[in-house]
Design a protein around this ligand. Structure first.
Ligand SMILES: Nc1ncnc2c1ncn2[C@@H]1O[C@H](COP(=O)(O)OP(=O)(O)O)[C@@H](O)[C@H]1O
Ligand SMILES: [Mg+2]
Length: 432
């Protein structure tokens, strides 16, 4: 069978790498891919948002499964188009993708189906939003642009002045473009953050191993947010009780809600949660794997992933064998270009990749890389994700940093504290 992976980041390299190891797969195609996916798949120069081009490619190559990495093609209806052609696809249709693409859509769905979340109000006019904020007596308040905003559309506002500025930035200055046509003003939730990844085949839910990224650019979780600077799996502290609460109070009701609203969801649902005193509450849904969370999950999954993805695409997850997981922990360190998440340079030659790959337990996944002649050069802010598994978290971490240190280009940097969060500061909840 041929499998097409859509996207070109570290997440997609990890998916290609894992899928290429399947006995059932003859060839992996990646559109558009990067210099890393080229080592395990055939890159095809079709952009991830070129829906017609991707559909034509899947037909021409007679692929047996399409796995969609990023949210954009899902929002644009790629999965619907493929399903019409009876091509199995891992990823929800356009309506399901609204769970991520519109925070108003997902909030309404949660409210209609009594899924625990932060109380909120929606506004499409800045004056009304400010009027409401003037009446608020409890601070902080959370202001969110409705649409996709590359992780930059959420403002935690500690007083009325900050809130007014956030409303102006989103609705008047249009900092997030059309994504800010409407805003949510949301109750601030206190607690530890956690996220859960579950495969959903329309009905059946399969929760994946615990995994956590490191969003902020600076060590000790400081500085601006990024796409993710590092990853650890598993987490030490998710109690069975909390796990069950998340399943019973959030995941099962969410799948019910989607079914009732006519969303036939086939893919991975990534639920961001706040573990409050009153139990888990949903912060947001994403309709795809996180990057770099995916890289750690692919490293730790021992089973062939292809039958699982296919079963998920075809509504037969119940019949599939659940995945086996490597008990060993995985640490992933992102190597980024100097300046990221601000402006950075592209085109620097990357050296030492082979030495890094030779370190015990290490796989280097490419994100922003490009092959230019004989050389692999930087081509994005997040350039590589260096993953390592080890007998212990410390061992995994040492291997990942040893491999990181073997790689060189001008101005590379990473966070040195991946996998070292103090136990109490681990965003996954302590025993409740
Ligand atoms: N209601 C809330 N209470 C407290 N913190 C929140 C709330 N909503 C969002 N946040 C914080 O803001 C971050 C980004 O919000 P989120 O809704 O996940 O948006 P996105 O990931 O699309 O930027 C969350 O990870 C969380 O740290
Ligand atoms: Mg989020």
């Amino acid at each position: 069978m041929k499998v097409l992976v859509v996207g070109g980041g570290g997440r997609e390299h990890a998916l290609c790498w894992k899928i290429a190891r399947s006995k059932r797969v003859k060839q992996v195609l990646c559109a558009p891919g990067n210099a890393g996916t080229a080592q395990v798949a055939r890159n095809v120069n079709v952009a991830a948002d070129d829906i017609d081009g991707l559909v034509a490619l899947a037909q021409k190559e007679n692929v047996g499964l399409v796995v969609v990495g990023p949210e954009d093609p899902l929002v644009l209806g790629l999965a619907d188009r493929l399903r019409e052609l009876k091509i199995p696809v891992f990823g929800p249709g356009a309506k399901g993708a609204q769970m991520e693409a519109s925070k108003v859509f997902s909030k309404d769905l949660m409210e209609r189906h009594r899924i625990p979340t932060a109380a909120s109000r929606t506004f499409d006019r800045s004056g009304q939003a400010k009027g409401y904020l003037e009446s608020c007596t409890v601070w902080p308040q959370v202001i969110k642009a409705e649409g996709l905003a590359a992780g930059k559309g959420v403002y935690i506002c500690h007083d009325l002045e900050e809130a007014r500025q956030a409303v102006d930035a989103i609705m008047e200055e249009k900092r997030h473009g059309d994504s800010g046509e409407r805003i949510l003003v949301e109750e601030f939730l206190e607690g530890e953050e956690a996220s859960v990844f579950a495969l959903i085949d329309g009905r059946t839910i399969l929760i994946l191993e615990s995994v956590q990224d490191h969003k902020q650019v600076g060590e000790g979780d400081t500085g601006p947010n990024t796409g993710g600077m590092g990853v650890v799996s598993p987490l030490r502290t998710l109690s069975t009780r909390l796990h069950r609460q998340i399943e019973q109070r959030v995941l099962i009701p969410t799948v019910h809600a989607m079914r009732q609203e006519g969303i036939d969801y086939h893919g991975v649902l990534f639920v961001g949660l706040m573990m409050t005193e009153g139990g888990p509450r949903v912060i947001e849904y994403n309709v795809r794997f996180g990057d770099p969370e995916c890289q750690a999950l692919m490293r730790r999954m021992k089973s062939d992933i292809v039958p699982i993805l296919l079963a998920c695409a075809q509504g037969e997850l119940e019949k599939a064998d659940p995945p086996q997981w490597d008990a060993r922990p995985c640490v992933g360190v992102v190597a980024a270009a100097g300046g990221y998440p601000g402006s950075y340079r592209k085109g620097d030659a990357i050296r030492g990749l082979e030495g890094a790959a030779a370190v015990e337990g290490v796989e280097v996944f490419h994100a922003g890389t490009k092959q230019v002649g004989e050389q692999i050069v930087t081509n994005g802010g997040r350039v590589l994700c260096i993953t390592a598994v080890g007998a212990s978290l410390d061992e995994a971490r040492e291997s990942a940093y040893r491999a990181y240190d073997a790689i060189a280009w001008e101005d590379k940097f990473c966070r040195r504290d991946i996998g070292q969060r103090r136990p109490g500061g681990q965003p996954s909840p302590a025993e409740a």
